[in-house]
Design a protein around this ligand. Structure first.
Ligand code: AMP
Length: 331
């Protein structure tokens, strides 16, 4: 079948998720009326790596015009963004001195509770489908309408594990790659170690699980191997909100542009995810993502590569170690 492609042959990524209005409190500031939602961050992040997005979501009458312009500027096709009477999805979060700890102060589903996604015709040919964090029943309804997806990637979080576990279980089994943070993997699987939990998810069908670890980066658990990728150290964190969705934008965007699902390329995609997320945390909402230049992206990718490379052992050292081991061993 024909893929939905851009002029340079890259596949668009269809993304169903939330688009809404966030309120964020950090130890240093309290900001209201921010463009938020899993799909907003995803689209902005995929735009940074050059992958266009087809957005499926819902907004209310209170969605500011300038937010629609921001989504459009990231390269998102908003033909699948429904507007319903009522208020937007609204979410509030509070961070403490440990940026990895976040309290959700409220999650008001509002128009999301009435949303019944119907994909525009040209979205149904998408080859890459990202089921961003939203109600798993909506994720499944969107996926049902895509004719022949090549790669399905899913994200979720604690709220949906709590209130929609069965629906999440069903849609997760249809995915090729699962993204969740370490706590959510433990919560979902009931397994104490996130890596063992990820392996339990592989048994349900997916080829790979990404364990997101906040400021500690991400771990790729694949049927054929394991890859550890640290986060890019950022001098001053302003707001970590959306780092996970931005990771997904960099990760899936890279896969859609390269159309190579080998383990080697999944490792590069994981690095792209960590790099793009490192920009997100430098400002509120998608503001920093909207300013990232291609040169900055490449420079930070190389910085991460340089930070994580080390040489093989010198053969003389190997020989010395063996001799030392032999001497110290039992006689
Ligand atoms: P992250 O920091 O990557 O977990 O993403 C936070 C973003 O996800 C915020 O912009 C929220 O609006 C959105 N969000 C928070 N909770 C949910 C939820 N339960 N379902 C979907 N999106 C959510």
């Amino acid at each position: 079948m024909n893929a939905t492609t851009t002029s340079d042959g890259a596949a668009s990524v269809l993304c169903i998720g939330t688009v809404g209005i966030d309120e964020v409190e950090t130890p240093y500031s309290h900001v209201t009326n921010l463009l938020g939602g899993s799909a907003s961050y995803f689209a902005a992040a995929a735009g940074v790596v050059g992958a266009p997005t087809q957005l499926v979501s819902v907004i209310g009458d209170d969605f500011p015009e300038e937010f629609a312009a921001t989504l459009g500027a990231s390269g998102a096709d908003v033909a699948g963004l429904a507007r319903l009477p009522g208020q937007c999805f609204r979410w509030g979060g509070r961070y403490h001195s440990d940026w990895n700890e976040r309290d959700t102060t409220y999650t008001d589903l509002n128009v999301l509770a009435q949303f019944d996604p119907v994909l525009p015709d040209h979205f149904r040919e998408a080859r890459y489908v990202f089921l961003a964090n939203t109600d798993p029943k909506l994720q499944a309804k969107a996926l049902d309408q895509v004719r022949d997806p090549e790669l399905v990637i899913i994200d979720s979080m604690n709220l949906w594990i709590d209130i929609a576990r069965h629906a999440l279980h069903d849609v997760l089994a249809r995915a090729d790659v699962v993204l969740m943070n370490d706590g959510e993997i433990r919560q979902y699987t009931g397994v104490g170690s996130a890596i063992r939990g990820a392996r339990a998810i592989l048994d349900q069908g997916p080829q790979a699980v990404i364990v997101k670890r906040g400021e500690h980066g991400a771990t790729l658990v694949h049927k054929e191997g394991l890859f550890l990728c640290p986060a890019v150290p950022v001098e001053s964190v302003v707001d970590p909100t959306g780092a996970g969705d931005s990771f997904a934008g960099g990760f899936v965007g890279h896969l859609a542009l390269t159309r190579d699902h080998s383990l080697a390329n999944l490792r590069r995609a994981t690095a792209h995810g960590c790099v793009v997320a490192s920009f997100t945390v430098e400002d509120f909402s998608v503001r920093r993502l909207a300013r990232v230049t291609p040169a900055e992206l490449v420079a930070r990718y190389r910085e991460l590569r340089d930070l994580t490379q080390f040489d093989d052992l010198d053969p003389i050292h190997v020989a010395n170690v063996s001799v030392g081991h032999h001497r110290a061993g039992p006689t």
